[in-house]
Design a protein around this ligand. Structure first.
Ligand code: GLU
Length: 553
């Protein structure tokens, strides 16, 4: 037995398996040629950032197109970042937007798949097995330096280019087995460090699938692989997990780019085939003239839960994410209006290098479009589901008469040019407020040529003739017929040619009625609104408005 092997036994007496055993437990996946395996690997912080959903969508699409596997791994080795059940919000957020993993963590304490466990804290024995093997080959060593000693190194390196535990600073690199034994017997705690084979004057070049070719100095730092409690650092866990889970593409935030030389070195030292990397720039936001990262601290819309609470349909958010995922998506969408999103040929290489820009106005426009193409029943069902959790008051209005609610949502829908008023379900209470007496707030402000005097004349006449049994043409004909006796014209062109000759035109007449019935100057189809308000409400509102204008003049 070599000294290194003895050291490995000394440090890891309880580890009996070998890397080979794990290679056998996690064999090559049986996937079609060219299939990609990718993962989303968040820490269980109980918070899913919009950028996380964006990255997870890219990772999933990368797999779907090649009939590969997308997995969700929970990286909980940093106890400082962990919160109690920090997993559910992440899983639910992903599921809500259809980014369901094929395997991995499926919920709080729930996993599925043959390459697990998928929660790093449950894999400690695996990491230690690979660590032990590195020690046995002389590629890793225990470090007994105290926090104080490490601080001294930091201070000494203040003005140096390379910072960290390396070269002459790496005091524990060459301890003899007897020294190590003595330290352990003295009860000293240790971390396990990589014996980095890197050299200061060498560079590595790697091809990032989003950022292109990147050249960086080789890693020379003897980084910590296992902390004093035996739990791995992110770097070591990443290499072991992505190898054993047969990840082909690591798609992650570009804050990890600086660690790539270390990661490539780890893969080499461990004897693993390297993975392909794709580093995603953070989602940006326009702020006070400049751009900055979409921030968990400053921006409510950074949280995926925000979209759920506001009632953005998942279809809208997904559609929007596609517009910022790949620059050619909108052209594709114009050419493939009704196609499923899954038909879009997503390409990692077409992702933004500098950071996609988040734009709430654009999201709302996309969402209005998406919602405008939905059938009224769907709008009703989805918004009712949302309302039950987030807007009980809307749910209660709906429950008065679900058929009427659906009919209200159907006004100006399911036609060639549907209106685009609703961006999210939380817009609905205001959008339909005038359809319910409980939420109708009269506002008698007029516009155009409508004056309180004209309003009095129009309303007096309309109250006489309004008939809720009219069909649309008859209703409109009545409106037009009212014009002439009131000194208005049914013909807007005529009015424009001779504005002095008339008190107003048919548009002004209908505005007066619209304002009386809805409190607004702009609404969807007034005929449908009138029909759905019903006889008694229509009469009551017309009379109330008439009374108001009479007092005005
Ligand atoms: N757990 C890491 C993080 O939350 C994931 C990085 C990776 O995807 O490899 O940033």
């Amino acid at each position: 037995m070599s000294d290194y092997q003895k050291l490995a036994e000394l440090l890891f007496p309880n580890i009996t398996k070998t890397p080979k055993d794990y290679e056998a437990i996690y064999p090559q996946r049986k996937l079609p040629e060219g299939a990609r395996v990718s993962r989303f690997a968040p820490s269980p912080t109980g918070y899913l950032h919009f950028g996380g959903l964006y990255a997870a969508t890219a990772a999933k699409l990368n797999c779907v197109a090649t009939k590969g596997t997308f997995l969700l791994r929970i990286e909980d080795t940093d106890k400082k970042r962990e919160v109690e059940d920090g997993v559910s919000a992440i899983v639910e957020g992903l599921n809500y937007f259809g980014i369901t993993p094929d395997e991995g963590v499926m919920g709080y304490d729930k996993e599925s798949g043959s390459y697990g466990p998928y929660t790093q804290s449950k894999r400690v024995e695996i990491y230690q097995t690979f660590a032990k093997n590195l020690v046995a080959q002389g590629l890793a060593y225990p470090c007994f330096c105290s926090a104080g000693e490490l601080d001294e190194i930091r201070t000494a390196q203040e003005n140096e280019d390379i910072k960290g535990y390396y070269g002459s600073y790496a005091k524990c690199r060459d301890l003899s087995i007897d020294e190590i034994k003595a330290n352990i017997e003295a009860g000293k705690t240790w971390t396990l460090r990589l014996k980095s084979p890197g050299s200061v004057d060498k560079k590595i070049i790697f091809d990032d699938m989003i950022k292109g070719k990147i050249e960086m100095p080789e890693n020379v730092i003897d980084v910590v692989l296992l902390k004093t409690d035996g739990v791995p650092t992110y770097h070591f866990a990443h290499a072991v997990d992505d190898h054993l889970m047969h990840t082909t593409h690591v798609i992650r935030g570009d804050e990890w780019i600086a660690s790539v030389p270390l990661h490539i070195q780890l893969f080499k030292v461990l004897g693993f085939k390297p993975v392909k990397y794709a580093h995603i720039a953070p989602i940006m936001k326009e702020d006070e003239g400049g751009k900055r990262k979409l921030s968990k601290r400053k921006d409510p819309e950074a949280a995926v839960s925000y979209y759920i609470e506001q009632g953005f349909p998942k279809e809208s958010v997904s559609e929007y994410i596609f517009t910022i995922l790949n620059s050619n998506f909108e052209d594709w969408r114009r050419a493939n209006k009704d196609a499923e999103l899954s038909a879009f040929p997503f390409n990692l290489k077409k992702m933004s290098v500098s950071g996609a820009l988040f734009d709430m106005v654009k999201l709302c426009d996309v969402s209005k479009n998406v919602i405008s193409t939905m059938k009224a029943e769907k709008v009703f069902e989805l918004s009712y589901e949302w309302a039950k959790s987030y807007c009980p008051h809307l749910a209660a209005l709906y429950e008065q008469d679900k058929g009427r609610a659906t009919a209200i949502l159907n006004i100006d829908r399911e036609n060639k040019k549907p209106r685009k008023d609703i961006a999210k379900w939380s817009d609905i209470p205001d959008y339909i407020s005038y359809m319910y007496d409980e939420t109708f707030t009269p506002c008698y402000e007029l516009n155009g040529n409508a004056t309180p005097q004209l309003a009095v004349d129009v309303l007096e006449k309309y109250i006489d003739i309004v008939n809720l049994d009219d069909d649309k043409d008859t209703w409109f004909a009545r409106m037009k017929d009212m014009c002439e006796p009131l000194g208005c014209t049914a013909n807007v062109k005529e009015f424009k040619q001779n504005p002095e000759g008339y008190r107003g035109h048919v548009g002004d007449v209908s505005t007066i009625i619209r304002v009386a019935l809805t409190g607004r100057t702009n609404t969807p189809d007034l005929y449908s609104i009138t029909a759905l308000l019903g006889e008694s409400t229509v009469r009551a509102r017309l009379n109330a408005a008439l009374k108001y204008y009479k007092e005005e003049i």
